[in-house]
Ligand binder design. Structure first.
Ligand SMILES: CCCCC/C=C\C/C=C\C/C=C\C/C=C\CCCC(=O)SCCNC(=O)CCNC(=O)[C@H](O)C(C)(C)COP(=O)(O)OP(=O)(O)OC[C@H]1O[C@@H](n2cnc3c(N)ncnc32)[C@H](O)[C@@H]1OP(=O)(O)O
Length: 208
């Protein structure tokens, strides 16, 4: 069976949230997420022969049925809450490999696989704010009470190539009470592909 390497040397962007002695799902959860991402890229980039489509459709249905009995409440789920892993154990946002992260700024690398292809070799326009929301929220929430995105403005400056390593920089512009204003840039080498401005608002106690 082919599967992808998860080798990495990330600094830990989520600070003390990553300190979980025995994380749910165990050490293999990272492989589970990586292999699922690999599958999505393989499907997104392929033209499969019809008999293989039928076989894979059956296999995926079988796998889904095998996992369905393990559904839990949101507070118990594992995907997205593995702060000890790159990508948090979720598969919606590309994995952000953080090289620098604190409560004021961050810098990370990512690659949009073929799952994210929009057209013309470029990532889907909706995938870009997805990455900004993830990257900016990691900095906005670092060492601060939990905050939600109130707005996220994105300017597209150049196409965002898939299958190419990109980098994101994030910085906190200012904090005013519950409000944290941030800026971000998505870069391909020296080219600024997109830039973002966002406001994250700290949740009040008891706010869902
Ligand atoms: C819960 C998600 C966070 C999870 C974090 C977990 C761990 C953290 C660690 C790492 C994070 C890493 C990954 C997390 C992954 C993803 C998270 C992505 C974050 C999101 O993807 S999250 C979903 C999208 N997000 C929403 O679903 C928000 C819907 N919405 C609301 O929930 C409310 O709307 C809220 C709470 C935003 C504010 O509501 P509220 O009632 O608490 O406060 P209020 O309205 O009074 O605003 C207070 C002050 O902000 C100003 N203000 C508000 N909105 C503004 C706007 N749009 N423009 C300009 N100013 C604005 C007001 O003008 C006032 O300003 P002032 O105080 O000066 O008068």
């Amino acid at each position: 069976m082919s599967e992808v390497s998860t080798g990495h040397a990330d600094s830990r962007p989520y600070g003390r949230l990553a300190d979980t002695p025995e994380p749910a799902g165990g050490a293999d959860y990272e492989r589970l997420a990586a292999n699922l991402r690999h599958l999505l890229d393989a499907v997104g980039g392929a033209r499969l022969p019809n008999p293989l489509v039928s076989r894979v459709a059956d296999q995926l249905a079988e796998l889904g049925a095998q996992l369905a009995p393990f559904a839990v409440a949101e507070s118990e789920r594992v995907a997205g809450r593995r702060f000890d892993l790159p990508g948090r154990g979720q598969t919606m946002v590309p994995v952000l490999h953080w090289d620098e992260a604190d409560a004021h700024h961050g810098r990370c690398r990512l690659t949009f696989g073929r799952h994210y292809l929009g057209g013309g070799g470029a990532a889907h326009g909706g995938a870009v704010p997805l990455v900004f929301d993830e990257a900016l929220s990691a900095v906005a929430n670092r060492d601060r009470p939990m905050a939600r995105t109130a707005y996220l403005h994105v300017d597209y400056r150049a196409i965002v190539p898939i299958d190419t390593e990109l980098w994101v920089d994030v910085e906190v512009d200012r904090v005013e009470g519950r409000k944290c204003y941030l800026r971000g840039g998505l870069h391909h080498g020296d080219v600024l592909c997109a830039q973002a401005e966002a406001l994250f608002v700290e949740l009040r106690p008891g706010q869902p």
